[in-house]
Ligand binder design. Structure first.
Ligand SMILES: [Zn+2]
Length: 141
């Protein structure tokens, strides 16, 4: 059986950004509005499986995305998180990128109510898709 993220890449409709190495899409169960995942297009489990040029592009995408989050959502800060081995629940490397606001206490298991607009993925995609592609293209120059 194919992994969820390899499947999602085939569906394409949920992808916010993609290039030949990486894809970015929204976490379906967001910790905060704008919570995204950056993945290598190829299936790798852990950071030490991912080739360096792909890792470089993952970090570049995370950097560009953080910059957009600051611009659009004015968070107090942000977090990057990556779980490996048995703690990689999908089995496909993914880097979490999410904005954090000073009013939120972050915990991986959370019960607080999340901003309902955080799951309006269509609106988020409309807002962020084009600037992200433009910023990634500018980074590559
Ligand atoms: Zn996969």
């Amino acid at each position: 059986m194919e992994c969820r993220f390899c499947q999602l890449r085939k569906e394409r409709v949920k992808i916010v950004y993609e290039d030949q190495w990486v894809s970015l899409f929204f976490d379906m169960d967001p910790i905060s509005k704008g919570h995204a995942l950056v993945i290598p297009n190829e299936h790798y489990l852990d950071i030490d499986d991912v080739p360096d040029p792909v890792l470089e592009q993952i970090w570049k995408c995370a950097k560009v995305y953080v910059n957009l989050l600051k611009h659009y959502f004015k968070p107090a800060g942000y977090s990057l998180m990556q779980n490996g081995g048995a703690f990689n629940d999908i089995g496909h490397f993914h880097l979490h990128v999410f904005p954090r606001h000073s009013s939120e206490e972050f915990a991986w298991t959370y019960t607080e109510e999340v901003d309902p607009t955080a799951t309006d993925f269509r609106a988020l995609r409309d807002l962020l898709q084009q600037p992200l592609s433009q910023a990634m293209a500018a980074e590559s120059m």
